[in-house]
Design a protein. Structure first.
Length: 325
């Protein structure tokens, strides 16, 4: 049964919990003894459910950039489980260091967790005033405030337009540059107020700063670059018959996932008039299994699930490498 994560103070509900884990086919025969990757541990909802389905011989390796997620993961005292403090984009290298060439399934939940959003000190949200940080990994890189202080107006506009799909990106970038000439922009509500003054038309039910905050967060954490690298690394690790189960939360992520999976599932065929045997024709490398959205009941219980999309694909055996672990 789907339940909120088991640490009460975190108040985090894992979106599409059962659906994403069910898609890995953990209950089929020897798959319970397999090796799996949870590329985005978060607060551990998917990892805990995967571990509950595995036999004693099964193993799970999880990844996360967030130190708070790492601290939560370290509370799981299970010899079958290990956590890596890094982006899932590095999974190829990390698994090679462990002597692993192939895995039996990979799950990616690309959403930001509720504790990250609700913690004012992280700077992800304008609902509570806090320092403008936005880094998933606070031990690396520059904060949003540091970037805003030095970025050119053109770069600000490009990031807000491309990553936030914000049609008022020019006006917002101009307003940010004008304000930082007067005072440093260091707080979340300070930035939200600048955006609100620059955006004259508001979408019903959405704060005018929503798209700008999304854009800056994606840029600061290199989320789309990590996603592209992570998908390639994940595909390379999949054993024959293994599946990828990927949850995305906004159109930019979902577009990348959809196009990547489609590129592996559909291959261009040569001119039919050419004398090529059927066995020599290009073959698809993956099979698209499902596209799943949250139920009305889940959305009612957790409004943050509204935009979630789960895509599932399976590695086809005729193009996979030989098994090696």
């Amino acid at each position: 049964m789907t339940t909120p994560d088991t640490v009460p103070h975190l108040q985090h509900r894992t979106v599409l919990l059962d659906e994403a884990v069910d898609a890995l086919n953990l209950d089929e025969g020897e798959r319970k003894n397999g090796l799996y990757i949870d590329g985005t541990f978060g607060r551990g909802g998917h990892s805990r459910l995967i571990l509950s389905r595995l036999n004693a011989a099964g193993r799970l390796v999880a990844f996360d950039k967030d130190l708070q997620a790492i601290a939560t993961a370290e509370q799981i005292l299970d010899p079958r489980f290990s956590i890596v403090h890094d982006s899932f984009a590095t999974m190829g290298t990390a698994m090679a260091e462990r002597g692993v060439a192939q895995v039996d399934g990979i799950l990616l939940d690309l959403g930001i967790s509720s504790p990250q959003v609700d913690d004012a000190a992280r700077g992800f949200s304008f609902r509570h005033d806090g320092p403008l940080d936005m880094r998933m990994d606070t031990t690396r890189g520059i904060s949003a405030a540091e970037w805003i202080a030095t970025a050119t107006e053109q770069h600000l506009e490009k990031v807000i337009r491309d990553y936030g799909e914000e049609r008022f990106a020019f006006q917002i970038a101009k307003a940010i540059v004008a304000r930082r000439a007067v005072e440093p922009i260091s707080g979340t509500r300070q930035l939200a107020a600048i955006v609100a003054d620059a955006v004259k038309t508001r979408e019903k039910g959405k704060d005018p700063a929503t798209r700008t905050f999304q854009a800056i967060r994606i840029f600061i954490n290199q989320e789309l670059e990590d996603l592209e690298a992570g998908l390639s690394a994940a595909y390379a690790l999949l054993a024959p018959g293994a599946r990828m189960s990927i949850i995305s939360f906004h159109s930019l992520e979902d577009r990348i996932v959809k196009q990547f999976l489609a590129s592996k599932a559909k291959v261009a065929q040569p001119d039919r008039r050419l004398p090529i045997r059927a066995v020599d024709l290009p073959q698809p490398q993956m099979k698209l299994i499902a596209k799943i959205k949250p139920s009305d009941e889940e959305v009612a219980a957790n409004p943050r699930a509204r935009s979630a999309v789960l895509r599932v694909a399976e590695r086809l055996p005729d193009v996979a490498k030989g098994s090696a672990r």
